[in-house]
Structures are given as C-alpha cells and as structure tokens.
Design a binder for this molecule. Sequence first.
Ligand SMILES: [Zn+2]
Length: 71
Amino acid sequence: MFGWLRRLRDDAVRQSREWMIRCTVCGSERSVFEAGGIRYGAWGKKPTSGHCRTCGKRQRMVVYHPTRGPL
Ligand SMILES: [Zn+2]
C-alpha cells in the first residue's frame, strides 16, 4: 500500500545524493543530501540561498547536477 511512497522517498534520497549545491561566493560545493536538503522536485532554476560551511553563513547557492549540468 505504501510502496509508491517509499519509492518516491528513495527517489528523493537518490536524487539529492546526486545533485550538488555550490556556493556562488566561495565556490565550495557539496551534495544536496549532505546539505540536508531532501526536497523532491523543489529546486527552481534560479539561485537559492543556503548555509555555506566554508563561508559560515547563508549565501546564494546554485543547485546543479554533475552530469546533467546546471538547472
Ligand atoms: Zn561559501
């Protein structure tokens, strides 16, 4: 009964592991999953904001896929 739900969740986890988020200020990047962002299909085409560990504060971030390129 909840198979589709688990599938959706697994998909979200897998996708968030693949997608990278990069700080537009210092250029450091990490996986969206590592950044704690499991937001299935919620990433827009425009830069978003997120916490950058290197900068130590919120910055403008871009989410992109290593093989598929930027959104
Ligand atoms: Zn940064």
